[in-house]
Ligand binder design. Structure first.
Ligand SMILES: O=C[C@H](O)[C@H](O)COP(=O)(O)O
Ligand SMILES: C=C(OP(=O)(O)O)C(=O)O
Ligand SMILES: [Mn+2]
Length: 468
């Protein structure tokens, strides 16, 4: 397989087209798809090489135990104006969680949203049944419409351009928030920028110019305030790089070095359903120079995880590879230790991240999905124990969260049972922790990292987590 440092083979951004691929939409009109791909390839990149490299430096700190990664946001991000309107709330919630974690650890928390492109979903089944009718499954707003209507569920390639525009609006919003954050710190020196006009598709995303960069310093990490507390600075973006027709069009070359960067996002990741070594997604991510994530679920073998490390990070660069364990609360203590030992024995530097959401999904009687905070906490505890026993730093946490009082996950600040969910169930795909639940989990993680009471101690605090 072509890797980015292979001597005999040169990686090309369309190499993936010759390989088996999973979870792609069946686009009904190939000519329309080609026109959209060609258009996307002419549009300005959404992120910059300099920023992608800055995030990799932060992730290298997380790999080395000098920082902690918090990656969080929607399961499926909406592409309409509600997505842009939600950016502030997400920034505030993830920022509050990051500050809480840093207060415990005394270390910077690297802050990454599932944001600005999290528009495509892999699914367990190609169809779903709604009111007795079988429909194509919702695959994210980049692909089709969530409303239960067969026509709207047909994949539409024009949605790829909608995804680009929506991502740009989100990035512009993050830029304005960063300006405002700087203005609050330096009120005399820092004017707030005028709002952007995001509907001009061909306009570049607002640039993070040199002066903003130097004033913000460690953007995307919590920073120590003069009073000794920790302050959030802003979010980097990440998404599952799933629909490769979209992603390929946003691969751009760094003129300085000749490296290829995926400039649809800062941190792309490979999902659990598309991480096979001989398939398209791994080959695609092997060739881009961004830091990349890869989900690993309970069927992953030690041999597979070491091969993933070799293919995705052949030069063993710290910060390049983040492994996101999503085993489930019952499997994590059994499945993860062998993988951690194998990666350690092979000498690969990775950021070990816990996703306690995707292995703990349950179906409610009405067919909707939920997750119990108690199970989420149990997987986090298992993950920390495994990493501690292996002598490795638990480098991060990957969550699905929503600010406010949504009612999608059960217990600890949310509905105690399915009957109490009411109209607070709003997610487009998987159930997210609400604001209270998110802060509770951030606090738990901070205590575990700090080895405080309720942390690593034996049988420390099962009582804190009462099952609903
Ligand atoms: O978010 C992840 C996946 O898209 C999701 O968990 C799959 O869910 P499904 O089993 O309902 O298809
Ligand atoms: C699809 C997702 O997860 P996984 O690939 O781990 O199932 C997700 O993160 O929404
Ligand atoms: Mn999900």
């Amino acid at each position: 397989m072509p890797g980015r440092h292979s001597e005999s083979l040169v990686w090309r951004r369309d190499d993936w087209r010759r390989l088996p691929i999973s979870q792609q939409p069946s686009w009904p009109d190939p000519a329309a798809l080609d026109a959209v791909r060609n258009r996307l390839a002419t549009l300005p990149p959404l992120t910059s090489v300099a920023d992608v490299r800055r995030l990799e430096v932060s992730l290298a700190k997380a790999a080395a135990g000098r920082a902690f990664l918090l990656q969080a946001g929607d399961c499926a991000e909406p592409m309409d104006a509600s997505g842009t309107a939600a950016v502030r709330g997400k920034n505030r919630l993830i920022g509050a969680m990051a500050e809480a974690i840093s207060e415990h650890t005394g270390l910077p928390t690297v802050t990454v949203g599932r944001i600005g492109g999290q528009f495509a979903k892999p699914r367990s089944r190609p169809t779903e049944t709604v009111d007795g009718r079988e429909l194509p499954a919702f695959r994210g707003e980049m692909v089709n419409d969530p409303r239960p209507d067969a026509r709207l569920r047909t994949p539409d390639p024009h949605r790829l351009l909608g995804a680009y525009r929506a991502a740009k609006a989100v990035l512009n919003e993050l830029y304005i928030i960063a300006h405002e954050t700087a203005a609050r710190r330096l009120p005399d020196a820092w004017p707030t920028p005028a709002p952007t006009a995001p509907d001009d598709e061909a306009a570049p995303v607002r640039s993070w110019d040199g002066s903003l960069r130097s004033l913000l310093g460690g953007y995307g990490e919590t920073r120590r305030d003069p009073d000794g507390g920790w302050a959030h600075t802003g979010l980097w973006t990440s998404h599952e790089a799933l629909v490769l027709d979209y992603e390929e069009a946003l691969v751009r070359r760094d003129p300085q070095t000749g490296e290829w960067f995926l400039l649809s996002t800062h941190l792309p990741w490979i999902g659990e359903r598309t991480r096979r070594l001989d398939e398209a997604h791994v080959a695609f991510h092997a060739g881009i120079a961004n830091p990349v994530g890869c989900k690993i679920g309970p069927t992953t073998t030690p041999e597979e995880v070491v091969r993933l490390c070799e293919v995705l990070n052949p030069s063993r660069k710290p910060g390049r590879l983040t492994l996101i364990s999503r085993m489930g609360a019952d499997a994590v203590r059994d499945r993860l230790p062998g993988l951690v030992r194998a990666v350690r024995a092979a000498g690969h530097p990775v950021v070990w991240v816990c996703d306690p959401m995707h292995g703990n999904t349950e179906l409610l009687p009405d067919g909707r999905k939920t997750r119990r905070v108690a199970r989420i906490a149990a997987e986090i505890r298992g993950f920390f124990e495994v990493l501690r026993d292996a002598g490795e730093w638990p480098g991060g946490l990957h969550l699905e969260v929503a600010d406010g009082d949504s009612a999608e996950c059960l217990g600890e600040g949310g509905p105690a049972s399915a009957e109490e969910i009411g109209d607070g169930y709003r997610t487009l795909c998987d159930p997210r922790l609400n604001e209270k639940q998110s802060i509770t989990i951030a606090d738990l993680v901070g205590r575990l990292l700090a080895g405080e009471e309720g942390g690593f101690g034996p049988a420390a605090d099962e009582a804190v987590w009462t099952r609903p």
